[in-house]
Design a binder for this molecule. Structure first.
Ligand code: AMP
Ligand code: GLY
Length: 441
């Protein structure tokens, strides 16, 4: 069986490792953005180029006689990669262009929830130009808003009041820059609480949740510094998170389920792939921050590290609408994932830095991200470079393993050594307690 993976970051490296472990012994292929030695070691053949070039990628898939394709990142989804692969009879993990709007358009996602009376949205309004912006910003109040551009903005399209925007004037000016770029946008109420990720496998009928994960968006220790793609993440042995109640977990899952049903009704198509809801537990209940139409990065590394079922079997069940017949098990173990990133990341990352991983003793859960191999030398290309996952009976045990491994990445890189540490987890538990106590008052 020939399996194609589109994408070549740490997320995709982890997906390929999971596929490689399948007892079905698939032959693996990859359409990548760079020469990635980790992926090269796992695949039968590779093509390196623009993975958003739908025609070329599909032609390559046909040439390789691919039986099943998996789309890693969001950009090819927006280009209609899944539509084109299904059109040549290649079953594909990743929704069609229409369904992927749940990620690619913030206003589409918000309006979908509103139209179908699905709870979980903060107060919001969609704008296609600047008129009415001042009044709505004032209505929400100083620093109580978040502005989100529609479209895939590579993490740069969201500005949070108080964090990135410090006055109504600054907020208004940001909206003006969006208008100048002919971008529509959403302004919404700023939520206060703890974020968590709930990813589900979807086959067009059934949703199967994966263990919950918490990502760390801020670049620096103590949740300071600029927002990033995610510096690391953890999951707990009971598949929930230490700061969440069972009621909050059920509320989030109910939103994922209702959103998929609403989306399929709107688009009249089946959603085959991953639905990733990014949530915040707040004083008022669970709030949806955004949906993604793919695996989270780094979150996928946490869940695959404890997946006990054949990942390929799950992919096959998604494409054949038979998820309900597939017994999916995750081990009751905790995981911690830490990313090493180039100095200066994310605002001014050092580029083309040599990466030395020769000290790495075991690489079971070590994944290369934005790297390029040239003439036998490994270079970091400026984004998240390498990730290590620790697995243990407790989050603290998993953290020690992850820390030990990621510290072996030598060169001009840094990582957050606080992710998964007891102090940070305790801080989150205490913070949610404070929030909940306010509810009672
Ligand atoms: P997004 O791209 O929508 O995930 O937004 C990026 C980050 O902005 C999220 O991870 C949150 O930390 C923050 N954010 C987005 N929407 C809100 C909101 N309504 N309230 C508070 N923070 C938010
Ligand atoms: N962990 C954030 C993302 O995958 O978008």
């Amino acid at each position: 069986m020939n399996i194609l993976l589109i994408g070549s970051g740490a997320r995709e490296h982890a997906i390929l490792k999971a596929l490689q472990q399948s007892p079905q012994q698939p032959k693996l292929f990859c359409c990548a953005v760079s020469h990635h030695p980790g992926i090269a070691g796992l695949t039968h053949a590779r093509w390196v180029g623009d993975i958003g070039d739908v025609q070329t990628v599909v032609a390559q898939a046909v040439l390789w006689q691919i039986d099943l394709a998996i789309i890693g990142p969001e950009a090819p989804l927006e280009k209609g990669m899944a539509d084109a692969l299904w059109a040549v009879n290649i079953p594909t993990i990743g929704p069609t262009k229409a369904l992927a709007q749940i990620e690619t358009s913030k206003s589409f996602a918000r309006d979908l929830l509103k139209k179908h009376h699905i709870p979980g949205s903060p107060r919001y309004r969609c704008f296609s130009d600047i008129s009415g912006v001042k009044a709505f910003l004032s209505e929400l109040g100083e620093n109580q808003y978040v502005i989100k551009a529609n479209g895939l903005m590579g993490g740069k399209g969201v500005k949070v009041g108080g964090d990135h925007l410090h006055s109504l004037t600054e907020a208004y000016q940001f909206c003006e820059t969006l208008q100048a770029q002919h971008l529509s946008f959403v302004i919404e109420e700023k939520c206060v609480g703890e974020e968590f990720s709930l990813m589900c496998f979807c086959d067009g009928r059934t949703l199967v949740p994966m263990p919950l994960v918490q990502d760390h968006k801020r670049a620096l220790v103590g949740d300071t510094g600029p927002n990033t793609g995610g510096m690391g993440s953890y999951s707990d042995a009971n598949h929930s998170l230490p700061f969440l109640t069972t009621k909050e977990v059920s509320a989030a899952l109910a939103i994922n389920v209702a959103a998929i049903n609403a989306l399929q009704t709107e688009c009249d198509e089946k959603y085959i792939g991953i639905l990733y809801g990014s949530y915040m537990a707040t004083r008022e209940g669970v709030r949806l921050i955004e949906f993604n139409a793919r695996f989270g990065d780094p979150e996928v590394m946490n869940v695959l590290a404890v997946l006990q079922t054949d990942f390929l079997e799950i992919c096959q069940a998604m494409t054949t609408g038979t998820l309900s017949e597939c017994a999916i098990h995750f081990a009751n173990q905790a995981t911690v994932c830490k990313y090493a990133v180039p100095e200066g990341y994310p605002d001014a990352p050092l580029n083309a830095q040599r990466l030395d991983i020769s000290n790495m003793t075991h690489d079971d859960h070590f994944y290369l991200g934005a790297v390029d191999e040239r003439d036998g030398t490994l270079y970091a290309t400026g984004s998240r470079t390498a990730a290590a996952v620790g697995v243990g009976d407790t989050i603290c045990m998993a953290e020690k393993q992850a820390e030990e491994q990621i510290s072996q990445v030598k060169g001009s890189f840094y990582h957050r050594d606080d992710i998964g540490k007891w102090e940070l987890i305790q801080k989150r538990i205490a913070w949610m307690q404070t929030i909940r106590e306010k509810e009672v008052v």
